[in-house]
Write a protein that binds this ligand. Structure first.
Ligand code: SAM
Length: 258
């Protein structure tokens, strides 16, 4: 019998999870950014800035924004690895070359939304690649840093994805993973549960479809807690893995090195 994986609270085959996750992001791509601001009360921006800070990017570095979607992380990273000099040209790093960001995502609708959005913002140092986190279309040891925000929860094969993240990073490179996580305090956990229970209705009202936001709520519940995620990163080969909780564990940022 085929092994099954979680899709929210259901168990489905890996192929079925990949198909359904694609459906979720096809359904929300056109309203993704607006709903992100609404359901997080804007706090996803703060978390993304904190995650990019933890990568300690410098001009000239090459960065992969994995599961990059509509490009928030890629835009923040591009500002650091290829900041504009007074002449308007991207500033180069110590080796004389400006850095680059590659935004990779499995979903064409999200990539298209990201490409349009970054073009409108004049973000020129970002390339785009369509691909699965579990089989990245890059050579070994190419990126100085890898960022993944709110992506890991959706990966069908998380172990394979972490192994791929490690493979494409240069030795000494850093991976930063921002994801929903586990609230330990029972009272706060109940409060967060009550808050999340409003998301499907908000999704229905704003994007015309509540199902993707039901999946969001369920996928948060099924996602490995902080320590388990740290162990997964270590099993994939990352070292010095540490994490920081935000909002009492509503989200956590894990950082590890190759
Ligand atoms: N990183 C963006 C952000 O924080 O706004 C987008 C996060 S969105 C919640 C999750 C993204 O993961 C979607 O764009 C989805 O297409 C992508 N994704 C899901 N499964 C993937 C996979 N196996 N490989 C690569 N990307 C994947």
């Amino acid at each position: 019998m085929n092994a099954t994986v979680d899709f929210g609270v259901e168990r489905v085959t890996p192929a079925e999870k990949t198909r359904r996750v694609r459906g979720v992001f096809d359904a929300v791509a056109h309203r993704y950014d607006c709903l992100n601001d609404i359901i997080s009360l804007g706090s996803h921006r703060l978390l993304k800035r904190a995650a990019v800070e933890m990568a300690r990017l410098r001009p000239g570095k090459d960065v992969l924004d994995l599961a990059g979607g509509t490009g928030d992380m890629a835009a923040l990273a591009a500002r650091q690895v290829a900041p504009r000099s007074p002449s308007g040209a991207p500033a180069a790093g110590a080796d004389g070359k400006a850095g680059r960001v590659v935004l990779a995502d499995i979903n064409r609708s999200m990539l298209t939304a990201g490409r349009d959005r970054l073009a409108n913002r004049g973000c020129v140092r970002v390339d785009f690649a369509q691909g699965d986190a579990a089989a990245l279309p890059f050579q070994d040891n190419v990126f100085h840093a890898l960022l993944v925000a709110f992506g890991v929860r959706n990966f069908t094969n998380k172990a394979a994805a972490f192994a791929e993240m490690c493979r494409v990073l240069r030795p000494g490179g850093v991976a930063v993973v921002l994801e929903f996580s586990t609230v330990e305090n029972p009272l706060l956990a109940r409060g967060f549960d009550a808050f999340k229970s409003t998301w499907p209705a908000l999704g229905r009202a704003v994007a015309g479809d509540g199902a993707p936001y039901r999946y969001l709520v369920e996928s948060i519940r099924e996602h490995p807690a902080q320590e388990a995620l740290r162990e997964m990163m270590e099993e994939a080969g990352f070292v010095d893995v540490e994490y920081h909780n935000f909002f009492a564990g509503v989200a956590a940022i894990h950082r590890g090195f190759k």
